[in-house]
Design a protein around this ligand. Structure first.
Ligand SMILES: C[S@@+](CC[C@H](N)C(=O)[O-])C[C@H]1O[C@@H](n2cnc3c(N)ncnc32)[C@H](O)[C@@H]1O
Length: 433
């Protein structure tokens, strides 16, 4: 085994230290920018190799003691060894580097980062379940880092506290089900007043299983759902009447209801700030007509609709579109229209006939919105575009088109620490004509 020594220059997109030695690039888990480290050569890939950290020879001033005992094994968090302030600075640098390197643009104003609590922030999570007799039976937790094994968690600092406290009992409940080895996943969704657990099962449950789950639901004050197949098979535990799941966006006098497997922004406190920042950047006035793409269940649509003449929300999932309409009705908001369309196809061109829309808001998945900026923006020609992104490289690619080809100015951009202790970089950007 060859041991090498070198200085880490930066962090990779998944939080590993990037160390260059003799022109070769090594991704070393646990190494931080600026640190001199000793490591053992690991796997070889086409463009880089991995390295196993043996010793930090010169530690970074930003190094922190990871607060969680599972850190290093559990794949839920990647950068707990970096102080929380440095994590946000790292995310900001990643955003600006991507904009410069991929998009050849830089924002006129770098926005103050949006931050929130760094523990107990996860209101949505998918926990893996595995039966591993050699490790003592049923394991419940997040996947291990770079592996498909499950880390058995008795608590989790990232999960909402009520859910973290439930973990030991959850191991016991799953172990006592007849299909304990045919239950791959539990999805968790915390609303403001209720928590839902969705048990994905590959085999039918017995009457005894229903009783075990009903007792657990009663004792823990949670609502249990079962999922035997795809998302449309999710149903409440027979005989139960689950509560409505919803969250408030108080500053906008809005409540958003959701189903336990719907997409909802993971971090409630950060989402509330993000929605307010998005509304502010859109600079809404009563005459505005806003086209909102990738609108989900209306998280941004309804707060925007409170301040403008009209919002047209577009989203691929018919189910989410239905939910967005219901949410508008629940909040007595009548100036919204929701449409189902696949925004990664030619359907996006058809939206240019939505004339009158003078502002555009978008919040795409990781793959970004190249079809929107390339095929819709030239004809729609919105005066202002607010773009929320969960992947700085696709934001940078789309920014280049908006700035270099369409003549927009990148007026502002900033990071949103939606997932503290992970390497995920969320951001928001404003483009103006
Ligand atoms: C990052 S989420 C944002 C949801 C919403 N803005 C929110 O804050 O809750 C991205 C959304 O894009 C939708 N989506 C994914 N692929 C899509 C596609 N091809 N066309 C339209 N919408 C899509 C997803 O269903 C999801 O609701």
């Amino acid at each position: 085994m060859t041991q090498l020594e070198g200085r880490a220059g930066d962090l990779s997109h998944d939080g590993r230290g990037v160390v260059r030695v003799d022109g070769k690039v090594y991704f070393v888990e646990g190494a931080l920018p600026g640190e001199r480290v000793r490591f053992t050569r690991g796997k070889r890939w086409r463009r880089h190799e991995t390295g196993r950290l043996d010793e930090v020879v010169e530690p970074s001033a930003d190094r922190a003691a990871p607060p969680c005992e599972y850190f290093g094994t559990c794949g839920g968090c990647a950068v707990q060894h970096l102080s929380t302030g440095a994590q946000v600075r790292y995310k900001q640098r990643t955003l600006l580097d991507n904009l410069e390197r991929i998009g050849r643009v830089s924002p006129h104003v770098v926005l103050e980062p949006i931050v929130g609590p760094v523990q107990g922030y996860r209101r949505k999570a998918r926990l893996g379940v595995r039966h591993v007799p050699k490790k003592g039976g049923v394991l419940v937790g997040f996947r291990e880092r770079h592996k498909s094994y499950v880390t058995s968690l008795d608590h989790c600092l990232a999960l909402h506290r009520d859910v973290s406290e439930m973990l030991p009992a959850l191991h016991e409940v799953v172990s006592s089900l007849s299909c304990f080895d045919r239950l791959p996943q539990i999805e968790i969704a915390c609303a403001d007043q209720a928590t839902a657990l969705v048990f994905r099962h590959l085999e039918a449950l017995s009457g005894g299983d229903y009783e075990v789950l009903a007792r657990y639901a009663r004792e823990r004050d949670v609502d249990v759902y079962l999922q035997s197949g795809g998302p449309d098979t999710v149903m409440p535990l027979p005989g139960s009447s689950p509560r409505t799941l919803d969250y408030a966006l108080t500053a906008h006098d809005v409540r958003i209801a959701f189903a336990p497997t719907d997409f909802v922004q993971v971090n409630a406190a950060v989402n509330a700030q993000l929605v307010s920042r998005a509304v502010e950047l859109l600079s809404p006035v009563p005459d505005d007509e806003v086209l909102e793409l990738f609108c989900g269940i209306g998280n941004f649509s309804l707060p925007i609709a409170r301040r403008v003449g009209r919002v047209i929300g577009v989203e691929a999932s018919e189910i989410m579109v239905g939910r967005a309409r219901d949410n508008a009705a629940r909040n007595a908001i009548g100036n919204c229209e929701f449409v189902a369309a696949d925004l990664y196809t030619e359907a996006v061109r058809g939206l240019s006939s939505r004339d009158g829309c003078n502002k555009l808001f978008l919040d795409p998945p990781r793959s970004g919105a190249v079809e929107v900026v390339r095929d819709l923006v030239p004809t729609l020609a919105p005066e202002r575009i607010v773009y929320v992104s969960c992947n700085p490289s696709t934001l940078a690619r789309d920014s280049e088109i908006l700035v270099r080809r369409e003549g927009y100015r990148l007026s502002a951009a900033g990071v949103v620490d939606m997932f503290p202790h992970t390497a995920h970089v969320e951001s928001i950007a404003l483009f103006e004509r």
